[in-house]
Write a protein that binds this ligand. Structure first.
Ligand code: PLP
Length: 455
C-alpha cells in the first residue's frame, strides 16, 4: 500500500515541485543588499504546512488533533512567532528552548516538554514556568518530576514515552531495541512503561496520568512502523486496564517523522495518515476518546526556506567539473552528516559581466552526474550531494546556487568551523515584505565570542 502511494506520485518530480517563493530579480536584488550566503524564509509556507498537517488527520474520531512544532528543527524567534499565530503547541526538550519560549511569552498550556536528561533542577524550572504536560522517559525521570512537583506545588500531567522497539525505515531512526529514547513496554525492570504507569497511578494525586508518547524517527518513508507501534501499544493498554482499576488515558502523541521531498517523492501527510488512521480510530473504539498529538519539526519548516550561495570558482579535469561555492556544511550540516540531497538550481547573476568565465566553462557537456558541488571548507566531506530535482545547467563562476528545502535542521547547526560566520536570514512575510529576521555575524563577533578579548 505504501509502495503504491509512492508509485502514484512518482511522476510529480520536477523542480516545479520545490517551493520557489521569490523571483530571480528579487534574489539578485537581495544579494546586492545582503551578500551571499543568505537564507530566505517564506512565512506563508509555514502557515500552509500547519494547515496541511492538520487536514491530514480530519478523519480521526477521538477528541482534538493537536499539532506540536518540535522547535529543535528551527528555533528562529520570528519563525516561532509565525507559528504562534497558528495556535499550535510547542514541543521542547531543553531549558535553552524553554528560555526562547519564555521570551516570546508563549502560553505554558501550549507546551509539551520531553527531556532526554530529566534532571530535578530542570523539571523545577519547567514546572515553575507553568508547563503542565511533561513526558517522562525513565523511572528516575519520574522520581525527579515527582519531587519537582512537590517542591513547586503543582500536579503535572505525565505522559510516558514508550520505545515500541519496532523497525523503522527512515533517515534517522529513534525506535530500536535497547535504544536511548523512552522505555520499553515491558522490560522486566522499573524502566518499563508498564511499571512507570503503575507508579503514576499509585502516586495519585501528586501526579496525573495523561497518556503515551512515542517518536519513531525522522523522514520516515514507510509508515507501517506506526501500525506496528500502535498494535504494541494496544496490547499494553489491555494489560494495564486489567491491572489498574479506572485506568484511562487522555492523550496519545505519535511523534514526528512526516517526510519532506528532497530527492525522492514522498507521500503527502494525508497519504501517510491514511496508512494508520484506522488503527488510531480502533484505539478510540476500544479504549475511549483521546486527544491525538502529531509532532513535527522537519515537515513544518523544511520547505519554507532556501539558501542562496555563490559559485566562486570552478575547475575541470577529464570530463569532470568541480564547482566551488561560498557555503559549506557549516551552514548545511545534513549534506555531510546524512548526505541529504537538497534540490539545487542555478540563478544567473545579472551583474556578472565576467564573460571570460562563461566562454571557458560552457556547461552544456556537463550533466548533473559529472558536476560536483563543493563547499568552501578544507574537509573531504564538504561536498553537496545533488538531488534528482537539481538542475545545474549554467553552473558558472559568479552565478548563484539555490538550495531548496533547507528550513529544518540547518540554521540550528550553523557552526564556526574554519572561522566561518553566520549568514543573515530574511523572511518574506505574508504581506510580501522582506524582513531581516537574523543578522549575519562578523569575524569580529566570532573573535569576541571565542574569547579573543580575554586578557
Ligand atoms: C525531533 C523530534 C521530533 C520531530 O521530528 P521531525 O522528523 O522533524 O518531524 C518529534 N518528536 C521528538 C520527540 C523529537 O525528538
Amino acid at each position: 500500500m505504501v509502495e503504491n502511494v509512492v508509485q502514484i506520485i512518482q511522476n510529480k518530480k520536477s523542480l516545479s515541485k520545490t517551493n520557489r517563493f521569490i523571483t530571480n530579480e528579487e534574489i539578485n536584488q537581495l544579494v546586492k543588499e545582503h551578500g551571499t550566503p543568505l537564507y530566505l524564509v517564506d512565512e506563508g509556507t509555514l502557515h500552509e504546512k500547519v494547515l496541511e498537517l492538520r487536514n491530514a488527520y480530519k478523519k480521526f474520531h477521538g477528541h482534538d488533533v493537536e499539532i506540536a512544532y518540535s522547535i529543535k528543527a528551527n528555533f528562529n524567534p520570528s519563525i516561532l512567532k509565525t507559528f504562534m499565530k497558528d495556535n499550535i503547541t510547542f514541543d521542547l526538550t531543553s531549558l535553552g528552548e524553554l528560555f526562547f519560549i519564555r521570551e516570546l511569552k508563549i502560553n505554558p498550556e501550549n507546551i509539551i516538554y520531553t527531556s532526554v536528561t530529566e534532571e530535578l533542577e530542570e523539571y523545577k524550572q519547567v514546572l515553575s514556568y507553568g508547563v503542565k504536560r511533561v513526558v517522562v522517559s525513565s523511572y528516575f525521570g519520574l522520581i525527579n518530576l515527582s519531587q519537582a512537583a512537590n517542591i513547586v506545588g503543582v500536579i503535572p500531567k505525565v505522559m510516558v514515552r514508550i520505545n515500541p522497539e519496532v523497525g523503522v525505515k527512515a533517515e534517522v531512526r529513534a525506535s530500536y531495541k535497547n535504544g536511548k529514547f523512552g522505555v520499553p513496554l515491558n522490560g522486566g525492570k522499573v524502566d518499563s512503561a508498564y511499571y512507570i504507569v503503575k507508579s503514576i497511578f499509585s502516586s495519585r494525586p501528586n501526579l496525573e496520568f495523561e497518556g503515551f508518547h512515542f517518536h519513531l524517527g525522522s523522514q520516515i518513508t514507510n509508515f507501517i512502523c506506526y501500525v506496528n507501534a500502535l498494535e504494541r501499544l494496544h496490547s499494553l493498554l489491555n494489560k494495564l486496564k486489567k491491572e489498574i482499576p479506572n485506568f484511562s488515558f487522555k492523550t496519545l502523541d505519535i511523534g514526528g517523522g512526516t517526510p519532506v521531498f528532497y530527492n525522492e517523492p514522498v507521500p503527502t501527510p494525508q497519504e501517510m495518515a491514511s496508512i494508520y488512521l484506522d488503527k488510531l480510530n480502533n484505539l478510540v473504539s476500544y479504549h475511549g476518546k483521546f486527544t491525538l498529538m502529531i509532532e513535527s519539526g522537519r515537515f513544518l519548516v523544511a520547505e519554507s526556506s532556501l539558501m542562496v550561495s555563490k559559485i566562486v570558482n570552478t575547475k575541470e579535469y577529464n570530463d569532470h567539473k568541480i564547482v566551488i561555492l561560498d557555503t559549506g556544511y557549516h551552514l548545511l550540516l545534513d549534506a555531510a552528516l546524512l548526505k541529504q540531497e537538497y534540490p539545487q538550481e542555478i540563478v544567473s547573476n545579472k551583474s556578472n559581466n565576467n564573460h571570460l568565465y562563461f566562454s571557458s566553462n560552457s556547461n552544456k557537456q556537463y550533466t548533473g552526474k559529472n558536476i560536483q558541488l563543493a563547499g568552501r571548507l578544507c574537509d573531504t566531506f564538504d561536498v553537496f550531494p545533488t538531488s534528482k530535482l537539481s538542475d545545474l545547467s549554467y553552473a558558472n563562476i559568479g552565478n548563484y546556487v539555490l538550495f531548496y528545502n533547507v528550513g529544518a535542521y540547518s540554521l540550528v547547526f550553523n557552526m564556526p568551523f574554519h572561522c566561518q560566520t553566520k549568514p543573515p536570514v530574511l523572511m518574506k512575510t505574508c504581506d510580501g515584505d522582506i524582513k531581516l529576521i537574523r543578522k549575519g555575524t562578523t569575524f569580529n563577533d566570532l573573535y569576541v565570542e571565542e574569547g579573543g578579548l580575554i586578557s
